[in-house]
Design a protein around this ligand. Structure first.
Ligand code: HEC
Length: 393
């Protein structure tokens, strides 16, 4: 689960293995003397092993990002090596893997300075990603008003849910994952699904025989440019990659079709103003993108995330609720766990983990490390993420 446990050792071993394989391979073709150490240094890609359509460690179905990585490695004349990580927490993962020098590049990061600040630099854009409107093939929607009177499946705590929150004339069907959104559509429980596009497209292709139209949307917090991210010291590699990307345009376009990514003209939605004057579409665009990416870059994560949330909530209500309140609803601020993000921001997860492991015995918070496993703590945390108060109060 946590990528920093053994990742470095493994990646180094893998890198060496790839290096040896390559040296052995190239020795057959070219005289060994001509291959400098430099040329065989693998292009190390960080990727999630279970995040189709983007990436997977299955050689038969590697996913869009992994195939782009393979094409790039070929273009650079370097072998590829992978550092597989699995994590739902975008920024933390970037910090541990990419900035921890476990890999050279990560494909699919939101191309925005606000994502990680100057620590991460980007290639040119490789894809546009975001929420999509999924409808029957013969129905086109060209604006939000056409959703009037319709039942629209929206993911819990997503931009589309916020966007439609104030529209009483649109009936919302709340789902926990894009998978559930597609099912709601398929079972006639919703007329339209407004869900995470890459997974909707992928499911449409692999499960629903391409029966639906999947249209990408744009507007605040709805979609963004995805690029290849590098640590800031890697400008040379970034420039090399930017130089070969134009040649791969065709390949990448074909791969997007292969993996069902929504293509074509994006539908524009304006952020909705609430009476209080706050934007419901998103907070500040880029900051919102970062938080969306932190929790929603992956459909698979969402599916298992929904499960994790359910299990975490069960543990929480069974064990933690008598002090922290059922469903974490607690009026005493000091123990109101809905304020964790507000209090700790980026350090929230670390704070959570230390506190539940060690407790604060003097203050009446027990230590739970002998009671729950790491994955149970992760589930509790996943649940707590769903109840965090708006951080800008
Ligand atoms: C017996 C009561 C009690 C139980 C049961 C309990 N806690 Fe706590 N918890 C507290 C108290 C009291 C504090 C505040 C300590 C302080 O003031 O620093 C706290 C603090 C915390 C904090 C830090 C909050 C912050 O803002 O710094 C977290 C996270 C937390 N608890 C999680 C949990 C979880 C998860 C469970 C269930 C596995 C749990 N607690 C069960 C009493 C409890």
């Amino acid at each position: 689960m946590r990528p920093n446990r053994s990742g470095l050792g493994n990646s180094r071993r893998r890198a060496i293995a790839a290096l040896l394989a390559c040296v052995a391979g190239s020795a057959l073709i070219v005289p060994a003397a001509t291959s400098r150490a430099d040329e065989v240094k693998p292009f190390r890609l960080c990727a999630d092993p279970t995040n189709l359509p983007f990436s997977s460690n299955s050689p038969s179905q590697p996913g869009l990002y992994v195939e782009i990585g393979q094409a790039l490695a070929r273009a650079l004349g370097r072998p590829i090596a992978y550092d597989w990580y699995k994590s739902y927490f975008g920024k933390r993962t970037v910090r541990v893997t990419l900035l921890g020098k476990q890999c050279d590049a990560m494909i699919g990061l939101p191309r925005s300075e606000d994502f990680m600040g100057p620590a991460v630099i980007f290639s040119s854009t490789v894809a546009r990603e975001g929420y999509a409107l999924v409808t029957a093939k013969d129905r086109t929607v060209s604006g939000i008003d056409e959703l009037r009177g319709k039942r629209v499946a929206v993911q819990f705590a997503s931009t589309p849910q916020n966007l439609l929150a104030t529209r009483d004339d649109i009936q919302k069907v709340t789902v926990l994952s894009p998978e559930e959104g597609m099912q709601a559509l398929d079972r006639g429980k919703a007329d339209v699904a407004f869900i995470w596009g890459p997974v909707a497209g992928w499911l449409n292709k692999t499960v629903y025989q391409d029966r639906y139209r999947v249209q990408l949307t744009e507007g605040e917090g709805l979609s963004w440019d995805a690029a290849i991210g590098f640590a800031k010291a890697s400008t040379e590699l970034r420039d090399q990659i930017d130089a070969v990307l134009p040649d791969l345009e065709r390949t990448i376009a074909d791969l997007k079709v292969k993996y069902g990514l929504p293509t074509g003209q994006a539908l524009h939605f304006n952020a909705v103003q609430t009476p209080a004057g706050t934007t419901t579409g998103a907070g500040t665009g880029a900051a919102h993108v970062a938080s969306v990416v932190a929790t929603e870059t992956k459909g698979d994560a969402l599916a298992s995330n929904a499960e994790a949330v359910g299990q975490g909530k069960e543990i929480f209500n069974g064990t933690c609720a008598h002090c922290h309140g059922p469903d974490a609803i607690q009026s005493e601020r000091k123990i109101d766990l809905r304020l964790l993000r507000h209090r700790y921001g980026d350090e929230m997860r670390e704070k959570f983990l230390t506190t539940v492991h060690e407790g604060r015995p003097a203050k009446g918070m027990p230590s739970w490390k002998e009671v729950f496993t790491d994955s149970q703590f992760d589930n509790i945390y996943a649940f707590l993420l769903t109840v965090q108060a708006e951080s800008n109060d």
